[in-house]
Ligand binder design. Structure first.
Ligand SMILES: NC(=O)c1ccc[n+]([C@@H]2O[C@H](COP(=O)([O-])OP(=O)(O)OC[C@H]3O[C@@H](n4cnc5c(N)ncnc54)[C@H](OP(=O)(O)O)[C@@H]3O)[C@@H](O)[C@H]2O)c1
Length: 324
């Protein structure tokens, strides 16, 4: 099977429908990856047509970037890397009334980009993203000068932002200024709000859409049951705390019975739901194993869900914020 590609908005890049989410392989937040398997997983993904990886300077303080750079160097095909600059104040998500000078001052934007270039062993970062965003920063601070300079120098190809968790509209003002090329956003069967205002705005301004957390940090994989345990130090101990595993389990059971699918098909259905929206450019499931890479790459075949299935899934939207 050939991996289907879509245009990443005004960047014009042709990116694979399935991209590689590289947070987990950085070994921060997520516990349990082994570098050998991560390298194998990346190679397998590239073999199967993945040509976009999403990483960040903050993922293992450069560890994820270094692994990605190391594998990319050994490959002959073009592989695009999207990375991210952490906010200088190290606060996720961006809070309101915190000035741009505290999060993305120009000197800091440039220093982080230089560090990521080193980690990746690259001359250009295809897509440089801010790891958080607040629309209050439009026309404030000197971050835009830094981005323009980096683009002129060829150190950055495209500029994107990663939108705060569950705040899809908190980027629309920026999109309307025309300076942003891509946005990264949480969009999945539970979190459907980006369809309302964000996606139309991106379509109007040709902004590429990178979808993150399409599998709800594992909630939409069928692997979370009330008895699931995570390793000590894994951020999901907090994300799925108290009775949240039970809640997720019940929601997933309802989806499975409504669509008359097996539990094993839920991850595929979740990824296909996202790709069924024409505004979406690519989805970046987090992958640490060859097995998940192989399963997910099969989905980049250009086949969306039927209209009927999408309509049914619309009724399973579930607004909540488990990061809090
Ligand atoms: N603020 C931000 O900018 C931000 C925040 C979060 C994520 N991201 C980006 O988005 C990417 C995706 O998010 P995420 O990794 O946090 O969450 P995700 O993609 O929603 O879920 C990842 C989980 O799904 C599992 N999985 C993947 N494919 C599967 C399959 N076919 N069957 C069963 N399970 C499967 C993984 O398994 P294993 O546990 O076996 O690996 C992992 O537990 C990240 O890697 C990162 O690049 C960005």
């Amino acid at each position: 099977m050939k991996m289907n590609r879509r245009t990443l908005g005004k960047t014009g890049l042709q990116v694979s429908e399935i991209g590689f989410g590289a947070w987990g392989i950085g070994k921060s937040g997520w516990i349990g990856a082994s570098d050998n398997e991560s390298v194998e997983a990346l190679n397998r993904a590239f073999d199967l047509g993945v040509n976009l990886v999403d990483t960040a300077l903050a993922y293992g303080e450069g560890h994820s970037e270094k692994l990605v750079g190391q594998v990319r160097k050994q490959r002959s095909e073009t592989i695009y890397v999207a990375t991210k600059i952490p906010p200088k104040n190290r606060q996720w998500p961006a809070r309101s009334r915190v000035p741009a000078e505290e999060t993305f001052p120009a000197k800091y934007v440039i220093a982080c980009t230089e560090q990521s270039l080193k980690n990746l062993g690259a001359e250009t970062i295809d897509i440089q993203q801010f790891h958080v965003w607040s629309d209050e920063w439009v026309n404030h601070g000197d971050w835009l000068e830094a981005i323009q300079k980096l683009k002129q120098q060829g150190k950055v190809g495209a500029f994107g932002i990663s939108i705060n968790d569950y705040q899809p509209d908190n980027a629309i003002k920026l999109i309307e200024t025309g300076v942003v090329d891509t946005v990264q956003v949480i969009y999945n069967i539970f979190e459907q709000a980006p369809e309302e205002r964000l996606f139309p705005a991106c379509e109007r301004h040709s902004v590429g859409i990178i979808v993150r957390v399409a599998l709800d940090e594992g909630g939409l994989t069928g692997k979370i049951t009330p008895d699931t345990r995570f390793e000590e130090g894994d951020f999901r101990n907090r994300f799925f705390r108290d009775d949240r595993k039970q809640q997720v389990y019940e929601h997933v059971q309802r989806i499975v019975s409504d669509l008359d699918i097996s539990l094993d098909q839920i991850a595929e259905t979740a990824l296909r739901y996202v790709l069924s929206h024409r505004a979406v450019s690519t989805v970046i499931p987090g992958m640490r194993s060859v097995r998940n890479v192989e399963r997910n790459c099969q989905i980049g075949d250009g086949r969306g869900l039927s209209k009927h299935q999408v309509e049914k899934l619309k009724t399973h939207a579930w607004a909540r914020n488990f990061y809090q």
